[in-house]
Design a protein around this ligand. Structure first.
Ligand code: C2E
Ligand code: CA
Ligand code: CA
Length: 736
């Protein structure tokens, strides 16, 4: 065997055509080899048929130069093996035989050419070169065909597995192609769609827009992009009678369509023949967008339009009214006593109340009216195209009426009312903000005048709302300037006629308005977050004053202080209390805190913990205004309570000492049953005092005995008392 290079090597040599030279005559074989060796071929020689087969088996050849007559295996047989085993090589047969049969036999077996020996050098080289050239061409063709096939497959694959629907339409708008995704998304098979007009799948309301997109003839960047269309989907259900009924569901699709033209050399003469498009399923995104925009413009709790949407609607209504020269009304509704429900029953019930109230208000509206939740317990309404003010008045009365019936919050029956302020365009304001502000001011006016009603805005109200702002600033200043002072209202044991204690009540020496009592400014402070600094101040003031009391011989008297719910809610209340008492060296036993029933209901466990800590310290606890709050007797025995104060509203009812006042009697028997002390508040008449005393309540507080007095006056009162033996000066509560 003779090899002209190392066939095992790669590189440039690896791509050279590989030739197998087969001849049993050594001279002919070597001359053949000599002839071809300087060319760019790689040569292998074989001196017998069997050797040739070994080579063919071992490696791939491009061309075999085959002597037909070989001693062991003949040339024809070798060609049969080549064909039989599918070796990809061409064969040039060389033979000294004259007979045509040998040539035909060789050509039949697929020989590329047949060379008669002796052949000329040129003839051989040319034949070899031709054979190799033909092979190269055939190889190229095959590769191209293969590449075409794979790229066709790839495009098919890409088109069909695209997440989008890809389609073409003919010039009349009929589907000529749809990819597999169309079936997956729309539920129509290719057969159902091909040849159908596109309107078959487009939602009726979107047909006009579709016409524009599907008839797209432009191919440049002006071609339609991202037009949103809803397409009908086909959900087939097998019906009982074997027919198929279809429910059409809709899907939003964004379309990219582009005109298709026959490429025709001359750019001018482009003939339109259809539309190609891609439709993407954006249903989920659409839903998310709708959801987001709904949430941006609606109140989640009540499902009503929110402040933003309301302003939008009001803006439109104002424009309309301006154009049509009509009036419109804006209302501001604030629920009365909502805060109390929220504080006492908790946020969950509070939310439920808001939902129910919103539903009732909504039921009163006419078409075209907008009810919105402004936030908290505030609602706003716009009534467009008002005939006159009476229209608005009627609606407001309807609202108040609707809220009148009790609300059932999971078994808790609650009564609320509302304060409604009304501003009318254009008389009470011409802009959105002005109308809203004035309706708000009118609403506050209703609140100030006792709530549960409605009022139209009036210019004079503006002063009052300014007063409100001024009050807040003034109160903050009052703290800084020391304008606050504690007054004391003695509590009297009517059996002994002695003072047993006193309640501390806050007063404000207002620089212009004179002495203001707590009822005139504390509710305002509660609403505006001023209760904490005021309570801090109160604690200090009480301790300082108590030292003065004690120095004046009042060290056996109990001091009652009012504890704001907001103050108790603060985690550090107890520490502050204990700190103040120890700083001033005051015995906790001399202190009683008054809380309202409401405090016990909002967060009972927390309240119980706080009050227990106070009790352990030695401070006692009284329930103030007993019978007026959301009292729950069930809680009473769980609280560490020492005293019940009968609210003055019940005492006020007593006109006749021989009469029958069941509420008072009930409270007295509750106190007895639980072993609690009783104090009657707001006792103004002898009849009240005698009735209370006759029924077992002997500690009284009220104008009949003392009004709340300044510290100086209180000290005078203490000093004026008859000196008594130690024992008897102990107040009732301390004797127990
Ligand atoms: P309250 O605890 O029920 O206090 C009794 C209120 O009734 C006091 O009003 C008192 O001046 C008034 N009063 C007393 N006797 C009579 C009477 O015979 N007839 C009538 N008509 N009224 C009488 P005031 O001082 O305006 O206090 C109102 C409320 O403000 C108090 O109700 C209490 O809840 C709160 N408050 C007062 N001072 C303080 C304070 O220092 N801190 C806190 N947190 N709240 C206070
Ligand atoms: Ca009180
Ligand atoms: Ca009270």
């Amino acid at each position: 065997m003779n090899v002209n290079d190392d066939l095992g090597q790669g590189g440039a040599a690896a791509s050279l055509p590989r030739l197998l030279l087969v001849d049993d005559e050594p001279r002919l074989l070597s001359s053949l080899y000599e002839l071809l060796r300087d060319r760019d071929y790689r040569l292998v020689t074989a001196a017998s048929g069997s050797e040739a087969l070994v080579h063919l088996d071992a490696m791939r050849f491009d061309l075999v130069l085959l002597d037909l007559r070989l001693p062991d295996i003949g040339g024809h047989e070798i060609m049969d093996v080549i064909n039989g085993r599918g070796y990809d090589c061409d064969v040039i047969v060389m033979s000294g035989e004259v007979g045509i049969d040998a040539a035909i036999g060789a050509l039949k077996r697929g020989a590329y050419d047949y060379l008669r020996k002796p052949y000329s050098r040129e003839e051989l080289l040319k034949t070899v070169e031709n054979a190799l050239q033909k092979r190269r061409l055939a190889g190229d063709n095959q590769r191209i065909a293969q590449r075409l096939e794979t790229s066709e497959k790839m495009y098919r694959y890409l088109v069909d597995s695209s997440p989008d629907i890809i389609y073409t339409l003919d010039h009349e708008g009929r589907f000529t192609f749809v990819n597999d995704r169309a079936y997956q998304l729309l539920g129509f098979t290719r057969e159902e769609l091909i040849g159908r007009h596109y309107s078959f799948v487009v939602h009726d309301e979107d047909l006009d827009r579709a016409r524009y997109v599907f008839n797209e003839r432009r191919v440049d960047e002006r071609a339609s992009r991202n037009v949103e269309l809803r397409l009908k989907c086909n959900t087939a259900h097998g019906a009982a009678n074997g027919e198929r009924t279809f429910t059409n569901t809709l899907m939003t699709i964004s379309l990219n369509a582009i005109g298709m033209h026959v490429p025709d050399g001359s750019a001018k003469k482009r003939e339109f023949f259809g539309t190609y498009g891609v439709a993407r399923d954006i249903t989920d995104r659409k839903r998310a967008e709708e959801m987001i925009s709904y949430q941006a413009y609606h109140d989640i709790l009540t499902d009503l339009p929110n402040r933003m949407l309301f302003k939008d609607r009001l803006g439109l209504a104002v424009i309309q009214a301006k154009r049509k020269l009509t009036e419109l009304a804006v209302m501001f509704i604030d629920l009365d006593r909502f805060k109390l429900v929220n504080d006492t029953l908790g946020h969950v019930k509070g939310d439920e109340l808001l939902q129910q109230a919103a539903a009732r208000l909504k039921a009163c509206l006419r078409r075209g009216d907008t009810l919105a939740r402004q936030g908290g317990d505030e609602f706003t309404i716009v009534l467009p195209e008002l005939r006159d003010r009476n229209d608005a008045k009627a609606v407001a009365e309807k609202f108040l009426d609707a809220l009148q019936k009790p609300f059932d919050l999971d078994g808790h029956v609650v009564h609320i009312s509302a304060s409604i302020g009304i501003a009318v365009y254009p008389g009470d304001g011409e802009t959105i903000d002005e109308l809203l502000r004035h309706a708000d001011i009118a609403m506050y006016q209703v609140k100030a005048l006792g709530k549960n009603g409605h009022s139209f805005y009036h210019a004079s109200m503006l002063d009052m709302s300014h007063q409100k702002i001024a009050l807040e600033q003034a109160l903050r200043r009052a703290l800084e300037n020391g304008e606050l002072e504690m007054y004391y209202q003695p509590q009297v044991d009517v059996i002994t006629g002695r003072i047993v204690g006193a309640e501390g009540l806050m007063r404000w020496n207002h620089p212009e308005r004179g002495l203001l009592s707590a009822g005139e400014f504390l509710p305002f402070a509660e609403e505006n977050g001023l209760m904490l600094p005021l309570s801090d101040w109160m604690l200090g003031a009480l301790c300082r004053d108590l030292l003065v009391w004690n120095a004046a011989g009042g060290d056996t008297l109990r001091l009652s202080l009012n504890l704001s719910p907001q103050y108790l809610d603060r985690g550090d209340f107890f520490e502050k209390m204990r700190g103040a008492l120890s700083r001033y060296g005051i015995s906790p036993a001399q202190i009683e805190v008054e809380i309202t029933e409401n405090i016990c209901i909002r967060n009972p466990q927390y309240a119980i913990d706080q009050l227990n800590k106070l009790c352990q310290l030695g401070v006692s606890v009284a329930i103030d205004d007993f019978g007026t709050g959301y009292s729950s007797l069930a809680y009473l025995h769980r609280f560490p309570i020492h005293t019940i104060k009968i609210d003055q509203s019940f005492v006020k009812e007593i006109h006749d000492e021989g009469g029958h006042y069941p509420v008072i009697l009930a409270i007295i028997s509750i106190a007895r049953g639980l072993g609690l002390h009783l104090v009657a508040e707001g006792v103004e008449t002898d009849a009240q005092a005698r009735y209370l005393q006759a029924n077992g309540c002997t500690t009284m507080q009220g104008y009949l005995y003392y009004r709340p007095v300044s510290l100086a006056t209180f000290v005078d009162v203490l000093k004026a008392r008859d000196p008594l033996p130690e024992q008897d000066t102990l107040p009732l509560a301390l004797r127990a």
